[in-house]
Design a protein around this ligand. Structure first.
Ligand code: ADE
Length: 659
C-alpha cells in the first residue's frame, strides 16, 4: 500500500482555499496513484463529537476524489469556520488489506470577514441574455466600499462553475447569459480590509429568446411602474428610452462578441469561481469604463521609445490638489483606422481592471481629443531585460529573487483574476526605482502583431516562440499554466542578466529541442533550487507545472531563508561524455563562437588546446577565465553557451520544489 501524502499545506484567500501536497515517499510500487479529499467541519469545542462531514457543502476544483495532481482548490467555504481536510493516497490495489489508511491531515480556520454589507439584490430588468441588478447602499459602513463583486451561475448547471464581475456602482448589467435560464446571484462588497461576506443568494431568470426585446420592454415598464408608483409619465418614458438605448448597445456588442466568447470558453481559468477579469471584447459593461483624463493635466516631456501604435513618452500628470506624478504616455499615431484605435485602447480597458502592486497601474486615457493616449505610472528603470543587461552582475541573489517574486505575485494576481497574459517575457516587465517589477504589455493584439520578437506563425497568429509553452505553440492552448512556462523563461532571463533564451538557435530548433525534452541549462552563478523551479515550470504536461501562488510562496521562503540560495550548480558540467546528448547544433569551434557572436575568442580557445567541442564542453569556469575571457558579460555568455551544448534533458528532482 502507498504511504500518506507529504508536506500538505494550505493557502487561503478571500474566495478560495488551496491545498497542495507532495507525492508519498512510497508509492506502493505502482504508478496509478490518485488522491481523495475528505472534509470535516468542526465546532468551537474542538472535540471529535462536534464534527460533521462537509464534502457536500464545498466545491472542489477540479474534484474531491480521484485527483491525479497534487493540489486542489476549494470554494464556497464558510467564514469563521474550522475545517479539517484529509488527503488520502489511493492506488489500484488500495483497500486490499492493510487497515490504516494513508492520510495526511490539515486543519484550516477560515478568515473572519465582516458581515455582508449587501442586503436585498433586485432585478431591474432582463433581456434574453442579460440581467440588470441593483442593491441599496449599505447603511453603516465601517470601511469605505471600494467595489462590489457579483458572482453568478446557471442554477441548473451549478457544477459547471461560477462567473463573476465587478462594479463600483450599486448596479450592474450581467451579460453573456443564456435565454430563459435561471441564474443564482450573490453580491459582496470589497473594502480596504478585504471582501465582506456574500449577500443571500437571489434567483433571477433571463427573458426568452423569441419574444426578444419586446419582452424586455414589458418587464422594464412593469418594474419601473411598480417602483415609481405615481410618478409622471414623462419620467417613465425617459427611463424607458434610457434603458432600451443601453440595452441595444449591449445586445449589439454581444452579437459581435458571441463567437469570440465561445472560442474563449475553453480558456477558462483553472479556478472558475474566482474569475473576475472581464474580457473587453466579450462584455460591454458600462461600469468598467476607464477614467478619461483632461489632456491639459498632462505635460509630455520626451520620447522614450516606440510602441506598436505610436511613440511612448515620459511626462507629468497633474491632479488638482495633489503632487504631480511622473507618467509614461503611450500615444496612438495619427492616420489610424477605427480598428487600430480599438486595439490600442483595448490594453487600457484590460489594465484598468487590475489593482496590484506588481501590475502596471493605469492612470487613465485620453480619447476625446487628439492624440489618443494611454497614461500609466512611470517606471524609472524601464524594461527588465535591458535593465539587467545594463547591470550585468550588479545584484545580489536576494535582489534577483526579489524581482522574480514581484513578477510571480503579479502573475498570481492575474491568474486568480482569470487573465491569461500570453506574452510574459522580461521585455514586458517594467522596473521602478526601488527595483519593484511590474507586469505590463496587455492586450492580445500586441502578441498577434509582435514586431520586436520574430515570431513563429501557426494557424494565422504569431507567437513569441522562446517564451511560449509547447501546447500553446502547437495547438494554441494558452492558459495560466502556459503563462507559468513563460515565467520559467523569465526566471532564466533574470538569473542570466538578460541573456537571450536559447541564444541564437532558430525558432525551429528551439521547438524541436523542447519537443525532444531538452531544457535551458542553469545560468552561471544561479542557485540550484532556482533552476529546479525553472525546470518545474517547463514540464511538458501543463497540469504538472506549479501554480503562480505556489511559486510566490516558494520564492517568499527563499528570500526569508537566503542560505538556501547558496548551493550553486556551477560545477554541474556533465560527469562523463555519455551523459551528454550530443551536439546537433554546432560543428566547429569557429562556428560555435560565431553563433554566440564571440569569434574574437577563437584564437584563445585554440591556443589553449580546446580544439574540439567535446573538449570545450568539459571546460570549467576556471579554464574559461584562464584562457583570457575576462570581460564579465562575455564570460557569462560563453559559460551559458557551453552549458547549452548539452541542453539538458528535463530532470526535476522532486525534493527541490513542491507544487
Ligand atoms: N516604457 C514603456 N512603458 C514605460 C513605463 N511605464 N515607464 C517607463 N518606461 C516605459
Amino acid at each position: 500500500a502507498p504511504s500518506a501524502p507529504r508536506n500538505l499545506i494550505f493557502l487561503i484567500n478571500e474566495t478560495a482555499l488551496f491545498l497542495t501536497w507532495s507525492p508519498p515517499s512510497d508509492s506502493g510500487g505502482r504508478k496509478d496513484l490518485t488522491y481523495n479529499i475528505m472534509c470535516q467541519r468542526c465546532g468551537a469545542s474542538g472535540g471529535e463529537e462536534d464534527c460533521e462531514p462537509c464534502e457536500t457543502d464545498l466545491r472542489f476544483v477540479p474534484r474531491p476524489l480521484g485527483l491525479t495532481g497534487t493540489s486542489v482548490a476549494i470554494l464556497d467555504f464558510a467564514t469563521h469556520a474550522n475545517y479539517t481536510f484529509h488527503v488520502e493516497t489511493v492506488n489500484g490495489v488500495s483497500g486490499l488489506g492493510g487497515n490504516t489508511r494513508p492520510l495526511a491531515n490539515i486543519t484550516v480556520t477560515t478568515d473572519q470577514t465582516g458581515p455582508s454589507l449587501v442586503g436585498v439584490v433586485r432585478k431591474d430588468w432582463a433581456s434574453d441574455n442579460s440581467i440588470a441588478l441593483s442593491w441599496p447602499e449599505a447603511e453603516q459602513q465601517p470601511n469605505v466600499i471600494l467595489d462590489y463583486e457579483i458572482k453568478y451561475y446557471d442554477k441548473e448547471q451549478e457544477q459547471s462553475g461560477y462567473s463573476s464581475t465587478r462594479t463600483k456602482a450599486l448596479s450592474v448589467i450581467v451579460t453573456g447569459l443564456k435565454p430563459s435560464t435561471v441564474y443564482v446571484f450573490h453580491v459582496r462588497a470589497r473594502t480596504a480590509a478585504g471582501f465582506t461576506a456574500y449577500s443571500d443568494t437571489f434567483d433571477f431568470s433571463t427573458g426568452d429568446e423569441d419574444s426578444g426585446m419586446a419582452a424586455d420592454h414589458g418587464q422594464v415598464l412593469v418594474v419601473v411602474t411598480a417602483a415609481v408608483g405615481g410618478f409622471s409619465l414623462l419620467i417613465i418614458l425617459t427611463l424607458f428610452f434610457l434603458i432600451t438605448g443601453r440595452c441595444q448597445g449591449i445586445i449589439k456588442a454581444q452579437l459581435k462578441s458571441e463567437d469570440k466568447r465561445r472560442a474563449d470558453f475553453h480558456n477558462a481559468p483553472p479556478f472558475p469561481g474566482i474569475k473576475t477579469y472581464v474580457d473587453p471584447d466579450t462584455y460591454e459593461d458600462p461600469t468598467q469604463a476607464v477614467h478619461e483624463i483632461d489632456p491639459s493635466r498632462i505635460r509630455i516631456e520626451r520620447v522614450i521609445g516606440a510602441g506598436e501604435f505610436g511613440e511612448v513618452c515620459s511626462g507629468r500628470l497633474r491632479t488638482p490638489g495633489q503632487k504631480e506624478i511622473p507618467v509614461a504616455i503611450k500615444t496612438l499615431k495619427g492616420g489610424y483606422v477605427e480598428r487600430q484605435r480599438r486595439d490600442f485602447l483595448r490594453e487600457a480597458s484590460i489594465v484598468g481592471q487590475f489593482d496590484n502592486p506588481n501590475i502596471i497601474r493605469l492612470e487613465g486615457v485620453v480619447t476625446k481629443s487628439r492624440p489618443v493616449m494611454i497614461v500609466v505610472e512611470y517606471m524609472r528603470n524601464g524594461s527588465l531585460d535591458s535593465f539587467l543587461r545594463q547591470h550585468d552582475d550588479h545584484f545580489t541573489l536576494v535582489q534577483l529573487v526579489g524581482m522574480l517574486h514581484g513578477v510571480a505575485s503579479g502573475m498570481a494576481y492575474l491568474s486568480d483574476m482569470g487573465y491569461v497574459h500570453r506574452d510574459l517575457a522580461a521585455r514586458n516587465v517594467l522596473v521602478d526605482e526601488g527595483l519593484v517589477c511590474k507586469v505590463s504589455d496587455f492586450g492580445l493584439s500586441r502578441v498577434l502583431e509582435d514586431h520586436t520578437e520574430p515570431a513563429y506563425n501557426t494557424m494565422g497568429g504569431k507567437i513569441p516562440v522562446r517564451w511560449t509553452a509547447p501546447e500553446a505553440i502547437t495547438y494554441r492552448k494558452f492558459s495560466s499554466a502556459s503563462d507559468v512556462w513563460s515565467y520559467g523563461i523569465v526566471m532564466w532571463e533574470v538569473m542570466s542578466y538578460g541573456e537571450r533564451p536559447y541564444w541564437e538557435m532558430s525558432n525551429q530548433d528551439v521547438i524541436l529541442s523542447i519537443e525532444e525534452g531538452y531544457r535551458l541549462p542553469v545560468p552561471m552563478d544561479c542557485p540550484g533550487v532556482l533552476h529546479q523551479l525553472m525546470l518545474h515550470c517547463w514540464q511538458k504536461e501543463r497540469g504538472q507545472r506549479p501554480h503562480f501562488n505556489s511559486v510566490v510562496s516558494f520564492l517568499d521562503k527563499l528570500i526569508r531563508n537566503p542560505s538556501s540560495l547558496l548551493t550553486l550548480v556551477d560545477n554541474s558540467f556533465p560527469e562523463s561524455p555519455e551523459d551528454m546528448p550530443g551536439y546537433p547544433l554546432f560543428i566547429s569551434i569557429g562556428e560555435w563562437l560565431d553563433s554566440i557572436k564571440m569569434s574574437q575568442y577563437k584564437h584563445q580557445f585554440l591556443a589553449a588546446g580546446f580544439t574540439t567541442l567535446d573538449s570545450v564542453s568539459t571546460m570549467r569556469i576556471e579554464d574559461i577565465r584562464r584562457i583570457g575571457v575576462s570581460l564579465i558579460g562575455h564570460q557569462r555568455r560563453i559559460v551559458s553557451s557551453i552549458q547549452s551544448l548539452r541542453l539538458q534533458v528535463l530532470t526535476v528532482q522532486h525534493n527541490g520544489f513542491h507544487n
